[in-house]
Ligand binder design. Sequence first.
Ligand code: FMN
Length: 222
Amino acid sequence: MLLTYISCKLSHPQFDCLGNLMNMATRQGLRACMFIGSAREKRLGDRVSKFMISQMKKTGWTVDVVDAAEADLPVLKKPIFFYDKSEEVPEVLGSILDKIKVADAFVIVTCEYNHCLPPGLLNLIDHFAPSAYSKRPSGIVCYSPGMFGGIRAAMQARCLLSEINTVSIPNIFAIPKVNNCLDSDGNPTDDHMISGAQKHLVELEWYARALKVARDADNDKQ
Ligand SMILES: Cc1cc2nc3c(=O)[nH]c(=O)nc-3n(C[C@H](O)[C@H](O)[C@H](O)COP(=O)(O)O)c2cc1C
């Protein structure tokens, strides 16, 4: 239905060219890079990331994961863009950069610590230049065992995501009382989880496809 809507909108003569490009883009699969911000032992974030990955795969996304716990980066000493060409870049940074470069969209799975973003998430993101993330949409999935679902951290994530040149999509998927909504394997135990996730993903896909068309058009000009 979404694609029909986009096609109708783009059938206006003004959008002929963009419409054709959009149709080309819709035939290709999309790839997302998911950042898991909590590095805490026994984190609830695992439930959220597992759930989101399964929802994304169902709708045809390929998902690469960048995990603050697994990457285990030192507190920022040298971002990747400060390495000289003659210097060897640590493998962990190189492999994360590869995932960032090929992404059509970013998904930020974040908890909230003291009404702020978790330090592992900021540390991960700051290791890479804003240009690495440019011109791709970003979706925020926040959670908390409390009533507010980490929404205050989400507001900060939105500022950060704009600052690194991504387009932060309007929908934020906030999950309050996360331990009641997802079991430890990431299976939903609340009816609203799937509809909430899918609403978020439909919007993310729209922006991912639109920006892919625009990036491809830029590349054709070069
Ligand atoms: C240092 C710290 C600060 C926290 N601050 C908040 C907060 O401001 N708001 C909130 O909703 N929960 C807060 N919490 C509770 C977290 O939401 C909860 O621990 C959650 O499980 C964190 O996600 P994680 O398990 O994936 O790390 C805090 C937890 C810690 C450890």
